[in-house]
Ligand binder design. Sequence first.
Ligand code: NAP
Length: 488
Amino acid sequence: MSGEMDKPLISHCLVDSDGNLAEAPSGAPKVGILGSGDFARSLATRLVCSGFSVVVGSRNPKRVAGLFPAAAQVTFQEEAVSSPEIIFVAVFREHYSSLCGLSDQLTGKILVDVSNPTEQEHLQYRQSNAEYLASLFPNCTVVKAFNVISAWTLQSGPRDGNRQVPICSDRPEAKRAISEMVHTMGFTPMDMGSLASSREVEAMPLRLLPGWKVPTLLALVLFVCFYAYNFLRDVLQPYVQEGKNRFYKMPVSVVNTTLPCVAYVLLSLVYLPGVLAAALQLHRGTKYHRFPDWLHQWLQHRKQIGLLSFFCAALHALYSFCLPLRRSHRYELVNLAVKQVLANKSHLWIEEEVWRMEIYLSLGVLAIGTLSLLAVTSLPSIANSLNWREFSFVQSTLGFVALVLSTLHTLTYGWTRAFEESRYKFYLPPTFTLTLLVPCVVILARGLLLLPCLSRRLARIRRGWERGSAVRFMVPTNPALVEKTSHV
Ligand code: NAP
């Protein structure tokens, strides 16, 4: 990566015959950068490309000058900070104090803090990096910006990465100046308020897929449980009770029986909290009471749970395509053919089985098609192009259709097997009967909520109606108070 950083950006603008970035236009606004590392180099390149005149301040300018675009001036720190009004501080927090010797030259200037703390530093220090910088340079205005943009994005340009740049500062005019600069560089400024928000801004790059931990854990737990259950029934039972070695089923067959169970249960868990929330509102007769925390969290994670359901369903489809490719499958087919010849049977067509399989496959394809639609519309760029009604139609109505299709797919898979004694291995019911439990409850509950008496009441509650909320007006006995009573 650092090797890539050493190369100047190949850009259509300001490139001279040697491939270096040429002189910035005279009169271009001057910007200073303290530090000559990866970030400083990428920032200098982008600033020069965006029409700024750049002066870089280094402790050892001779050593690093060759790494910067020709248009950027590389000099000692004292000289670099003397003329620009805006100076980027591209050094780590632990080295801020080494810049204190420049405080006289920096007086009255805008310092842009681009730093990111490590997770440990974030927990260790109560003061954010930007607040610490502001405490070291009380005569400067500190603006927090650009910390969420990587050196790579700066170098390759905003098209290839995150475009939003959160900005915060205690001085609105300084924030405005940096916002304009962000715009000119092709990024989108996002006002985060005063410098007190810098701690939150610095925490942004530390996040690792927030909102995905609980749903992923849930999917993993479901996968492990269903896998263990299927392993008991499909591998261990034949081995223990019939002495048959079925361990080869573990990598593909058992996984493929487990994935649809996880996908199906996860999909029902997307719609269960909505049903619980509706039941709670009906019971309380108001929408103005907070949901319990667990339900609130659950409602917040529905999108991630739905996407994980789609992921498992897609894997199930892929695994199913691969089933005929297995060598074990070919042996089974040949064995069946041999048995048929030995039994002198020429025709092995079971009408009911043929129909079951046709319907089962068709419902599966329809279910995964509908789920794909849900997954696509949950992408922010697509979701933003839909109005609220369209979005809720896709996510709620089509999502429910996907749940019904998956239920029918599961039922046609099971067919009459739930009633066959031989299917109860180790006295355990077939897996599909277990998976049907939660989705059927959700479908029944949604059906109940469609009953006019309940749906009308729920609609009224969601429009603000409250049970027993008739507002009583009491005429105050004290005439002085009558005048103070609001008539709204
Ligand atoms: P780096 O490559 O290690 O550069 C740090 C620079 O700090 C050095 O090149 C050095 O330049 C300068 N410096 C000034 N005083 C120093 C001192 N006393 N001791 C050591 N170095 C001193 O780091 P970087 O990746 O460019 O990151 C710089 C800042 O940008 C950090 O705060 C980082 O959190 C932030 N940032 C980086 C990225 C990224 O993708 N790299 C992204 C967002 C934010 P001289 O030797 O020339 O003085």
